[in-house]
Design a protein around this ligand. Structure first.
Ligand code: SF4
Ligand code: SF4
Length: 323
């Protein structure tokens, strides 16, 4: 990640590849105490109309990275069809999962993605993966998956997309965990295990009532020493007033097909972009000022969609390691 223009009012260059974060369901086989969705009334919803979603993805200009999350994407009955459809359209597929799916399901995902995986994020939920054996198994499985994805990428012969960047970046597996107060003393050990498995280890700050919890100075130092939120070098970001490409080269999509500019926009129910699956869906042509006091959208941050001038540089070069 680079700081972009020196003037924080000047937009960054137009990102070649767009990114959409698609929460394909609210269903999950876990019930983590820190889950930001735990108060949702309906935790059994899932995107049902795959053909209509794929038609809408076919209308997007150029190649997009479609980042699938939920809920838990691997409990979605139509996951393989969605992934195969996106790959056939020439997009790339990233995914965030609690990584509880068995190897057979992961193999089916690898086959469906046909070499077009971007980032595969394995969320380590310590209440469900504990003890040395289970932890070893988690990291072994993640390292195995990395090898499978890279072999599939090397074999890939899938379509390019007009107006898209020519390169197809290599897939990357990373391990993430939520930096709860209980987890903080264990983070150093987990980071070492991840490194030994050849995988980046990223942190997400814990949120309560949708706000990052108040860490002590010492707790913040622990998190920052491991790269901050998803290697962005900070725990909370503030870009209010700065031009941002979210709404044009990035947006979020829910399981029912409604699009918002970014996560804070959805939270406050503003900057609704309408029905993605409707013919009339439109992306903004140009970047526009950020309206929010805090930004927790590490996907557009890592892809340089807003100027970072005036912020300290990250301690970790994560150019190769986008969230
Ligand atoms: S695995 Fe993720 S979606 Fe499921 S309960 Fe835990 S934090 Fe929530
Ligand atoms: S909150 Fe973040 S992603 Fe959303 S408009 Fe502001 S800077 Fe962009």
């Amino acid at each position: 990640m680079t700081a972009g223009p020196a003037d924080p009012c000047e937009p960054t260059p137009r990102p070649q590849e767009g990114v959409v974060s698609w929460n394909i369901n609210t269903a999950c086989n876990y019930r983590c105490g820190y889950c930001t969705q735990r108060f949702k009334e309906d935790r059994n919803r899932w995107s049902r109309d795959t053909p209509r979603f794929l038609e809408a993805f076919a209308r997007l200009p150029g190649r997009w990275e479609v980042k699938l999350s939920g809920g838990e994407p691997f409990v979605q009955p139509t996951l393989e069809g969605i992934v195969a459809g996106l790959a056939a359209l020439g997009h790339r597929i990233s995914i965030v999962t609690n990584f509880s799916a068995p190897r057979e399901k992961l193999e089916a995902f690898v086959a469906a993605a046909a070499g077009r995986v971007g980032v595969f994020s394995c969320s380590l939920h310590l209440p469900y993966v504990d003890g040395d054996d289970e932890l070893d198994g988690f990291f072994r499985k993640a390292a195995w998956l990395q090898a499978e994805l890279q072999a599939a990428h090397a074999r890939a012969e899938t379509p390019a997309r007009a107006g898209a960047p020519a390169d197809l970046p290599r897939p990357r597996v990373c391990v993430t965990t939520v930096a709860t107060r209980d987890a903080l003393p264990r983070l150093g050990d987990l980071a070492r295990r991840s490194k030994a498995a050849g995988l980046p280890f990223k942190l997400q700050p814990e949120k309560q009532d949708r706000e990052v919890i108040r860490y002590t100075d010492g707790e913040e130092r622990t998190i920052l020493a491991l790269g901050g939120h998803n290697f962005t070098g900070r725990i909370v970001h503030r870009f209010e007033g700065r031009p941002c490409w979210a709404g044009s080269r990035y947006f979020i999509l829910d399981d029912e097909g409604t699009a918002y500019r970014c996560y804070p926009a959805r939270r406050f129910r503003v900057e609704r972009m309408g029905r993605f699956i409707a013919q009339g869906f439109r992306l903004a042509d140009v970047p526009s000022p950020c309206l929010y006091a805090a930004c927790n959208c590490t996907v557009p941050i890592a892809r340089g969609m807003m100027p970072l001038a005036g912020l300290e540089a990250s301690r970790i070069d994560f150019e190769e390691d986008l969230s």
